[in-house]
Design a protein around this ligand. Sequence first.
Ligand code: ATP
Length: 357
Amino acid sequence: MIEFRDVHKYYGDYHALRGISGSIRAGEFFSLLGPSGCGKTTLLRTIAGFEGIDSGAVLIDAKDMAKVPANERPTNMVFQSYAIFPHMSVGENVGFGLRRDPRSKAEKAKAVEEALEMVGLKGYGARAAHALSGGQRQRVALARALILKPKVLLLDEPLSALDKKMREHMQVELIKLQRQVGITFVLVTHDQEEALVMSDRIAVMFEGEIAQLADPETLYRRPNSKKVADFIGTMNFIPAQVIGEQGGQIEVEAKGLGRALLNADQCPAGQGDAPMVGLRPETLTLMYPGQTTTERTVDGIIDEVIYFGDMTYYDVYLGGTDVEVRLSMRNTPGRPILDVGTSVDVAWSPSALVLFR
Ligand code: ATP
């Protein structure tokens, strides 16, 4: 649906997009995720045509967009500041985009009602826009974009102004809406959880480049660099040594854990760093007395305990290295929180390791 071919963009001397390549499939929920200033809004704006590029190409539906102005592109954008006209009714706001549409008044009114129904605001047409809640305004902005039947809906941090609860609610609503209308959604967000929850695929961006483009599970389980691993959730990094390679597998010795044989997909291309293995805290388990496991175990001593209600975080010293272990209540029902100073077996699985080097 959308293809970037080695896109570069400068703001004066500042190199904002540094060779972006990749594509977004028709009908997918795609997110551009990265820290502030990494260029995600700029990239989104190049799709919309609000921003020109200095070299490379942006294609939509296999057509080069270089000479296609924003208003002729099959895209529509929902902004962070919803840009609702407060002096108009909800219906007038949604119908605003149809002001030059040649259809009859009755047909337009029907389209407005349909768009409002789509976003869960059926019957709200006559209400004053200024009297809406944040979540409702967000829906009006969505309805206003959807009424124009774009092939691609571009969303620039659309939920960032909402409080946590409303944001989580709207995340689910947006996923449902996207499945219902079946068009391509491209979301800009700096919120990792939001991207993981909502997206079919995510492009993680740093400093004007895509660091990794993959589905949420791959980004989480098989990040291709320490930087991506660190940005998406939490990871223990443990110094390691590469012992040898045999038949596509790499043997490593990780401090405190011992040796493990890793498959190629656990060993992304080298970045020239000192070798480290990464292990997500949720993949580690502490063994309670009498508990058995088929996983590997090592002895440790609990250094620190932080209780989070449904989760408990433990820092565990494993001879030479500290790891964080996260246990959920679900997996340890009825078991007590372990005390600082307790000796425990830590269970881990070589398949959960990723090698960075
Ligand atoms: P945020 O999450 O803070 O919005 P972002 O990842 O969306 O960040 P962009 O808005 O794309 O980042 O900006 C990328 C870089 O380009 C930033 O360093 C920004 O300061 C710079 N930049 C953006 N727009 C302009 C502009 N119109 N003129 C000059 N520099 C700009």
